[in-house]
Design a protein around this ligand. Structure first.
Ligand code: MRU
Length: 345
């Protein structure tokens, strides 16, 4: 089992710095909310469910750092802490679900009681993500047949969820059921979550993995080497459109062209019923430097223009099924998602 991604330890938040993996396994103990916001922005903590869990603990940390004993002043300052988290990354809806729950949990007779209630709520959010990712993984494993080769994109394992994993969770659960499988992991440019994190997690689980560049996926599909594609999600609209790491849409189109099933695995905290179409999902634009450089080393001429949308949206027509902890949903998605998702924003 891989190292703990996020841990609440003696009133501090311990995170495994994912930006340094796999070269170094470095933990950071964060004792103030500013550092947690920064860790999310700089993707030291990343992956939709893990961002939500980190933000919940970060809000509890922020509450601990507010100096006033007056409840009204305290709540006003707590609101600013929550706004800082809301501005950290825009696409993963788990972040906004977590903030919303923390807002509701900010109740009690006095400041001390509210602080306690916030720590307890953050722990509950974390426990629920652990339980739901494990449950969806076990349900999804039934889609993976013995001998399958599965292609996955980005990283949707324990690191990304602070739990069991979503896409990688399904693969792990299938292996635990005794099925023989192998995985193709796309490197996932620009930040290489597939090359750095997915391969690292799978190798620790002794699951055979082949690393490929993003542009090789079509070749291997055409060769008949891929039995299915499984990816995670950062936000799923009521229509069944799913936002996930940039490059997911291209894989879905390719899978469709080759008649390969394309599955999305996500806890119901990733479903956002307030959006009727996936094209309303805010897509994060990150620094062009992430494209012109690899781990700080320039790979393009200085001054070249570069674009860097961090996510794309896959239409429901390309998705074979959505795997959640409340069941496997098949098209048409509108009805099935309505039964398991929430409308909280
Ligand atoms: O930018 P990232 O690394 O946070 O993006 C992560 C992804 O796109 C994952 O596939 C998604 O969050 C699912 S995590 C279980």
């Amino acid at each position: 089992m891989v190292a703990k991604t996020i841990e609440w330890l003696d009133g501090k938040l311990r995170i495994l710095d994912q930006s340094k993996l796999p070269r170094e396994q470095v933990f950071a103990d964060l004792d103030n909310y500013h550092d947690v916001v920064l860790a999310i922005k700089e993707m030291k903590v990343r992956g939709a469910p893990a961002i939500g869990v980190a933000a919940a603990y970060g809000i509890a940390l922020g509450a601990g750092g507010i100096k006033t004993a007056k409840k009204d002043d305290f709540l006003a300052q707590l609101n600013q802490v929550m706004q800082a988290f809301a501005a950290s990354r825009p696409t993963a809806v788990n972040l906004f679900q977590a903030i919303n729950r923390m807002k509701k949990a900010a109740k009690g007779d006095g400041v001390a009681e509210i602080r306690k209630s916030l720590i307890n709520e953050a722990k509950r959010i974390h426990q629920e993500e652990i339980a739901s990712t494990e449950k969806l993984s076990r349900l999804g494993a039934e889609l993976i047949k013995d001998g399958f080769t599965v292609l996955t994109h980005c990283n949707a394992g324990p690191l990304a969820t602070a739990g069991y994993g979503t896409a990688l969770g399904v693969i792990r659960a299938a292996k635990e059921q005794g099925k023989k499988l192998s995985v193709f992991a796309t490197e996932t440019r620009p930040l290489l979550q597939g090359a750095r994190l997915t391969t690292w997690e799978l190798m620790q689980e002794n699951i055979p993995v082949t690393l490929i560049t993003d542009s090789m996926a079509g070749y291997f599909m055409k060769q008949g080497e891929i039995d299915c594609v499984i990816v995670g999600a950062d936000r799923i609209a009521a229509s069944g459109h799913t936002a996930n790491k940039i490059g997911t849409y291209s894989l879905a189109v390719l899978a469709n062209a080759h008649g390969i099933p394309f599955y999305v695995a996500a806890p119901t905290t990733t479903i956002d019923l307030s959006l009727t179409s996936g094209y309303q999902i805010p897509i994060e634009e990150r620094s062009p430097e992430e494209v012109t450089h690899i781990q700080g080393v320039p790979i393009a001429p200085a001054g070249v223009r570069a674009a860097n949308p961090a996510f794309d949206v896959t239409p429901p027509s390309y998705v074979t099924a959505i795997i959640t902890e409340k069941g496997i949903i098949r098209p048409p998605y509108t009805e099935g998602l309505k039964n398991v998702g929430s409308r909280f924003l």
